[in-house]
Design a protein around this ligand. Sequence first.
Ligand code: PPE
Length: 303
Amino acid sequence: MKSNVIWMDGEFIPYDEANVHVLTPTLHYGMGVFEGIRAYQTSDGTAIFRLDEHLERFMHSAHIAGIGKLPYSKGELRRAAMETVRENDLQSCYIRPLLYMSGPLGINPDEWQPQVSIAAWEWGPYLGEEAIEKGIHLMVSSFTRHHVNVAMTKAKVSGNYVNSAYAKSMAVRSGFDEAVLLDPEGYVAECSGENIFLVDDDTLYTPPLGAILNGITRDCVMQLARDMDFRVIERQLSRDQMYAADEVFICGTAAEVVPVREIDHRLISDGLRGPVTERIQQAYQDAVRGKHALSSDWLSYIN
Ligand code: PPE
């Protein structure tokens, strides 16, 4: 995660000095919002993938969280993200904008002021190099994903991730790679940091936007799959439908597209990466590197 500088409210601060006070309200109450974005090396230089969509979600997250007026426009955040990548001399990287609140303790957000930081660093495969081909073993978590009126899942609010941390740590300590959480009705929701897809008879299924984050990679996968003439259906899915699917994969900015070979000790088909998953992975890798027809809409070149 080490880099040269971090953008903090309009200034580049050396990595080791990019600190906040221990009484920062966001540290205590989780009231902050963040984004996860990736930049990739392409033949025309470094480009940030779906930057506008990520910044729009960042601003929506703040709006949903009731954080009144943001101190920066989308254009200012856009420039700041690009400069952060340039200032750190990064060719491909992960970019983490964070909005956090400063002000007095006591849960009254109206007394707080929003501040924004943007960090960028080189981040390899989120679930490991091996997972890309071999796939991962998922645990259906005993923790339930947020009810939509407990935590608003369309907002990428820091505090929402306590639920993810419970699920992920339990899964990893139990020997699995990642957790998939069910919604309060018992239908499949999403993983601790990824959305999920099933493939059956060349049709892709994914949970509707109920108790899940509106993933930008999820949207890419749907567009790329339709472009390859696969049917894509958003529908409630049960855990047994996952067990019995031809293929399962998960996707997110950090993880990209990763096959699932096993869920709760049940192999998915023969436990090998499925052909549809492989094609989606390839299309996604092409898209992020400027080699797909959709790339031109999705890439912001930093120079
Ligand atoms: N669901 C959750 C709960 C989630 O956190 C992510 C992103 C997604 C779905 C996929 O969304 P998108 O990136 O827009 O396709 N998870 C971030 C992981 C953050 C981390 O610090 O770990 C990410 O992929 O950046």
